[in-house]
Design a protein around this ligand. Structure first.
Ligand code: HEC
Ligand code: CU
Length: 327
């Protein structure tokens, strides 16, 4: 009974509605290639399994020891049999090896001319994305245009991480001092979840990421928004008070806000108000989580390299209003 329940649980969790991180619901050329390879090898394995089990069952039924029966005659040096059972597996291996090699080359990271280049930099425990040709950056949430070839160049600022968005592409390691590549073309718009796939410390499991694949016009709007200078708060607004608190707090040592601060330890906050999530796509970007995050980030995300900030309730409200105004 317990086993049945366990299996049922496994089955139910594996099939939760939207397939947020399923390699079986591919939405790019990269992941379609991988899913196709998997399915191909899976059916070869099924065929081998069925064939071998069938032989086994036949052998058990026909040749089992019966009282009084003579010993069966051993087969020795049967040339046809030996050629057969050498050739058949060799052929099966060829049928597996050829598509595997093809998939390895197809996913080796060479994007066609004119692909959009994105540099991914892993940090403990968040993601930085740079778009060198567009002159913008993004943090934790990656925006990409649909049906456009993307060249992803990845590296790390500290330990080894691994970029993995199961429905789009990856996984591939991010290693300091080295650039690894993947290339893919997302074939439908939507939100895709991913996560770091290489153990990288206390909050490895909290190093999630989110990809928004958008129509060309939506992507362009987002690019324009990132290019624009951060909003200046209106005179006398809570956001303006928040900017003053920000300028005189430790925040400026670690965070950049264009025209306000140039810290480089944490994510750039110039457009933090426009993000749907914070802290490695871990929490929704709401007033409540911003409050809790600023007061004590490590309590929400073990090991987070943003120490608890000592701000009064009044300053905190102002700070959060300011951050939310930075669309
Ligand atoms: C010692 C450096 C440091 C200081 C000081 C600091 N932060 Fe951070 N902050 C970080 C790091 C590192 C992260 C990323 C942590 C993670 O996601 O694991 C972060 C993340 C954030 C985020 C989430 C950003 C996102 O998009 O994920 C916000 C918001 C934030 N900090 C606001 C503040 C504010 C406001 C202050 C000042 C009151 C402040 N920080 C002070 C290092 C710092
Ligand atoms: Cu990581």
């Amino acid at each position: 009974m317990r086993l049945v329940l366990a299996l049922l649980l496994l089955f139910l969790t594996a099939c939760s509605g939207q397939f947020p991180q399923s390699v079986f619901a591919p939405r790019s050329d990269f992941s379609t290639e991988l899913a196709g390879l998997f399915t191909n090898i899976f059916w070869w394995a099924v065929a081998v399994f069925v064939f071998v089990e069938m032989l086994l069952l036949i052998a058990i039924a026909r040749f089992r020891a019966r009282p009084g029966a003579a010993h069966p005659k051993p087969v020795h040096g049967h040339t046809a049999l030996e050629i057969g059972w050498t050739l058949a597996p060799a052929l099966i291996l060829v049928f597996i090896a050829v598509p595997t090699m093809r998939a390895i080359f197809a996913t080796s990271g060479h994007a066609p001319e004119g692909a959009l280049r994105v540099e991914v930099i892993g940090h403990q425990w968040w993601w930085e994305y740079r778009y060198p040709t567009l002159n913008i950056s993004a943090y934790n949430e990656l925006h990409l245009p649909v049906r456009t070839a993307i060249q992803v160049d990845m590296t790390s600022a500290d330990v080894i991480h691994s970029f993995w968005v199961p429905r789009l592409g990856g996984k591939r390691d991010l290693i300091q001092g080295r650039t690894n590549r993947i290339a893919f073309r997302a074939d439908s718009t939507g939100e895709y979840w991913g996560q770091c796939a290489e153990f990288c410390g206390a909050s490895h499991a909290n190093m999630r990421l989110r990809v928004f694949v958008e129509s060309d016009s939506a992507f362009q709007r987002w690019v324009d928004q990132q290019r624009a200078a951060p909003a200046t708060p209106a005179k006398g607004s809570p956001a303006e008070a928040g900017e003053r608190v920000f300028r005189r707090s430790a925040c400026i040592g670690c965070h950049t806000i264009a025209g306000v601060a140039q810290g480089k330890v944490g994510p750039d906050l110039s457009h933090v108000g426009g993000r749907a999530t914070i802290a490695g796509a871990l929490f929704p970007n709401t007033t409540e989580t911003l409050h809790r995050w600023i007061l004590n980030a490590p309590s929400l995300k073990p090991g987070a390299s943003m120490p608890p900030q000592n701000v009064s309730p009044q300053d905190l409200d102002a700070l959060v209003a300011y951050l939310q105004s930075l669309k």
